[in-house]
Write a protein that binds this ligand. Structure first.
Ligand SMILES: *[C@@H]1O[C@H](CO)[C@@H](O)[C@H](O)[C@H]1NC(C)=O
Ligand SMILES: *[C@@H]1O[C@H](CO)[C@@H](O)[C@H](O)[C@H]1NC(C)=O
Length: 260
């Protein structure tokens, strides 16, 4: 992942250099911005901010810097976001077909996914709520989640079924509240997800824990039950870090919000 990001940074810098002279509106993501307020130096700044969020140099941000909200919106709704996600999942495929992955097929091979912005997208919500430029409002976000209208992230939907068909047990570990269980299940099923082994949501006893502690604790329970965690796919570092971990972790892009 880091190598890829570095590579894309280098390539994008070369292109910025080559194209600055000929175009004022050049961007790796989109040739134009609606209101034209984003100039080249701001684009570079915002892309650097985004990359540094992805590699976890920037941690715990509450809002996207105001001057980058439009840029981040462009990215998160662009074909580049889709391509970045697809490449991450392509690596999942390579890993699973590689010789180092010898599943035991005893019912204890496990895989973990996040829910929001990994299986389904909250972008329709953020489009109407400042696109990361406003502090997270759990009340209004949960009201939206209860509508069960989050669309599938198609690239993850495919790999979800591939992994299941390989015989791995799928565990969904989400920071969503336990009170959203039926809405979450309905939403997931309606967009094509089914056949997971367990969906873990945050109950009252987990409220004092931050996301990383809660997710580690949930993985510990799986390990105690004898599961081997082959991989985790998530859009938040807090889903990938902490102990016990997985043999491999795969980070999907998300520069709208950060869950500690
Ligand atoms: C680019 O835009 C930013 C923010 O609007 C501004 O501060 C900066 O001076 C601009 N840079 C140039 C080279 O115009
Ligand atoms: C959060 O959203 C709710 C419901 O939409 C609203 O009533 C409340 O004022 C918002 N809170 C903040 C801090 O913006």
């Amino acid at each position: 992942m880091e190598k890829l990001i570095l590579f894309s940074l280098i390539i994008s810098n070369i292109f910025i250099g080559l194209t600055l002279a000929s175009s004022n509106h050049w961007s790796i993501l989109s040739p134009k911005f609606k209101n034209g307020l984003i100039n080249d130096s701001l684009k570079r700044y915002c892309e650097s901010w985004r990359i540094n969020v992805e590699v976890k140099n920037i941690m715990g941000f509450e809002v996207v810097p105001q001057e980058c909200v439009e840029y981040i919106q462009q990215y998160m709704t662009s074909s580049q976001y889709k391509a970045d996600s697809e490449m991450a999942l392509e690596e999942v495929k390579l890993y699973l077909s590689g010789s180092c992955t010898t599943l035991e097929n005893d019912g204890k091979d496990a895989w973990i996914f996040d829910v929001d912005d990994t299986l389904i997208s909250t972008i329709p919500y953020y489009k109407r709520h400042g696109f990361g430029g406003e502090k997270r409002n759990t009340t209004s976000l949960e009201t939206w989640m209860k509508k069960r209208k989050a669309p599938a992230l198609k690239h993850t939907l495919n790999i979800f079924h591939d992994i299941k068909d390989k015989g791995l047990k799928i565990f969904l570990i989400s920071s969503r509240s336990e009170s959203l269980r039926s809405h979450t299940v309905d939403n997931l099923v309606s967009v094509g997800y089914h056949g997971w082994t367990k969906l873990s949501l945050r109950g009252l006893e987990d409220e004092q824990l931050d996301a990383k502690e809660y997710k580690s604790k949930t993985r510990q329970r799986l390990v105690d039950e004898g599961y081997r965690i082959w991989g985790i796919v998530g859009d938040q570092w807090s889903s990938l870090e902490g102990y016990p971990s997985a043999k491999r972790t795969f980070k999907l892009p998300n520069s709208i919000y950060y869950l500690s």
